[in-house]
Design a protein around this ligand. Structure first.
Ligand code: SAH
Ligand code: SF4
Ligand code: F3S
Length: 452
């Protein structure tokens, strides 16, 4: 029996790619197992967006040396963003590694593995990430009631700190037709919610049909059987008025937007090459809240970018207080070789970065907790995704704003949409009880989504 295990680091792109690699391998007769000790093939899908992500992947890989030494015919594969950047140098650095492949090469996995098994060669394959779309072949087999769907690959924004455009290549959109076909197939396999994925979904453009991102949302919105649509990530510079209105009007599109701000200071934003200023961001948040009263807005923030002064950092804290994001991912700047910012001195001392991130996290956690507490007493619509990890009798899902909600399951099942009255909250979770079952009507916004 051919058995494989796969470990995923990094963002949703990698989660989605790992699922696809699993599908490609299953199509070629492989069976997935949970433990490396049961596998003949182990894959690591890696991330290099920050030094810490890279160290985690390398640390985990090094632990695999004894696994490989136990049986020489076992195969160890490194995939994703680190191989796309480092290529064959990885084979020299890790002599127990058999195969490295880049970010758009997963469809070749079965044939490459076969070749390595037959010849004993060690291979590094990283295709040209110019404008070639991955050749998607195997049908998708979803793992639950929610699924990620790539609508585009790559990024052309070149934010000065970011490695992603170098490891994911130039921006290229899949055709609307392909995307709709994939979603209808996922829905036929029981998927109720899709998250449309791209590094910058707002610049989606299908050359064949002329569809932009708002048009794509409208087309997905009428897919029979699909209850919810999410998307990520939105670049603040490219959120159009048309997209805001589409979010407000389309019934299945959830009232949540992930809108990375990165920083609150105009000089820092300019050095980051973000293409908007603090005032633009605030105006956008204002428009979103005007048109979509219950909209949840989440963000990414960074501290310690080259040249960030204490005053600059105070502006990030002030932006946090002003916007009051529902949640935020917060990071310390990490130099990425080859990016424009790597030319600037990394002059904010590590201790200062640590103090700033701690202060920022404290403030944001307080805000998240207050926003969640304000939902106590309200009723929200929850798509049930899984049993709760803490108590197997409880079920967990998300409300339309993307918050995790936990409640006693009763007769409800995974895949059901229920109305839950919120009784308790923390900064990250809402707890409550079921008060009804959702009856879906395409074409109108659900009343249960309206939170006070
Ligand atoms: N396309 C998405 C995701 C980018 S990576 C977007 O634009 O939001 C996710 C987050 O990682 C970024 O938003 C940024 O906050 C952070 N990040 C990227 N490069 C980084 C670096 N060199 N150091 C620290 N954080 C970084
Ligand atoms: Fe990186 Fe900027 Fe592209 Fe996001 S938009 S992936 S931060 S270059
Ligand atoms: Fe990491 Fe690659 Fe995603 S660098 S954040 S896994 S695009």
């Amino acid at each position: 029996m051919k058995r494989f295990a796969i470990h995923t680091f990094g963002c949703q792109m990698n989660v989605c790619d790992s699922e696809r690699m699993g599908d490609v391998l299953r199509e070629a007769g492989w069976v997935e197992v949970a433990n490396d000790s049961d596998a003949e093939l182990v894959l690591f899908n890696t991330c290099c967006v920050r030094g810490s992500a890279e160290e985690r992947a390398f640390g985990r890989l090094t632990l695999m040396k004894p696994w490989k030494a136990q049986r020489r015919e076992r195969l160890l594969v490194l995939c994703g963003c680190i191989p796309q950047r480092d290529g064959s140098a990885l084979l020299e650095r890790f002599p127990f590694l058999d195969l490295v492949i880049g970010t758009r090469d997963y469809f070749r996995l079965p044939s490459l593995i076969e070749r390595v098994m037959e010849t004993g060669e060690r291979l590094a394959v990283t295709c040209n990430i110019g404008i070639e779309l991955p050749k998607i072949q195997a049908p998708r087999h979803p793992h639950g009631v929610t699924a990620f769907v790539n609508i585009m690959y790559g990024c052309d924004n070149f934010c000065s700190y970011c490695i992603v455009p170098f490891v994911r290549g130039r921006e290229v959109s899949r055709s609307k037709e392909d995307i709709l076909k994939e979603i209808s197939q996922l829905v036929a396999e029981g998927v109720k919610e899709v998250t449309l994925l791209g590094q910058n979904v707002n610049s989606y453009h299908d050359a064949a049909s002329g569809a932009d991102f708002a048009d794509l949302l409208a087309a997905v919105n009428v897919m029979p059987g699909l209850e919810r649509i999410r998307f990520t990530t939105s670049h603040p510079r490219d959120v159009s008025e048309k997209l805001i209105l589409a979010m407000a009007q389309l019934s299945q599109v959830c009232e949540h937007i992930h809108l990375p701000a990165q920083a609150g200071s105009d000089t820092v934003l300019a050095r980051m090459n973000r293409g908007y200023m603090r005032g633009d961001y605030l105006a956008l948040v204002g428009r979103l809240r005007e048109e979509i009263p219950d909209v949840a807005i989440t963000t990414d923030l960074m501290v310690g970018f080259p040249g960030e002064t204490d005053d600059d950092f105070q502006e990030t804290l002030a932006l946090c207080r002003e916007v009051r994001w529902d949640a935020a991912f917060m990071f310390m700047y990490s130099v990425r070789e080859g990016t424009a910012a790597a030319q600037l001195p990394d002059d904010v001392p590590h201790e200062v970065k640590k103090a700033r991130i701690a202060e920022l996290i404290n403030l944001q956690e307080e805000i998240s907790a207050e926003k969640n507490a304000s939902l106590v007493g309200s009723v929200c619509e929850v798509l049930i995704e899984r049993p709760s990890s803490r108590n197997p009798h409880d079920l967990a899902g998300k409300n339309r704003g993307g918050r995790t909600v936990i409640f006693p399951g009763g007769n409800a099942r995974i895949g059901d949409s229920v109305h839950v009255r919120v009784q308790h909250s923390t900064a990250h979770t809402l707890m409550g009880e079921i008060v009804g079952v959702e009856d879906f009507k395409a074409g109108e916004k659900s009343a249960a989504s309206k939170e006070p």
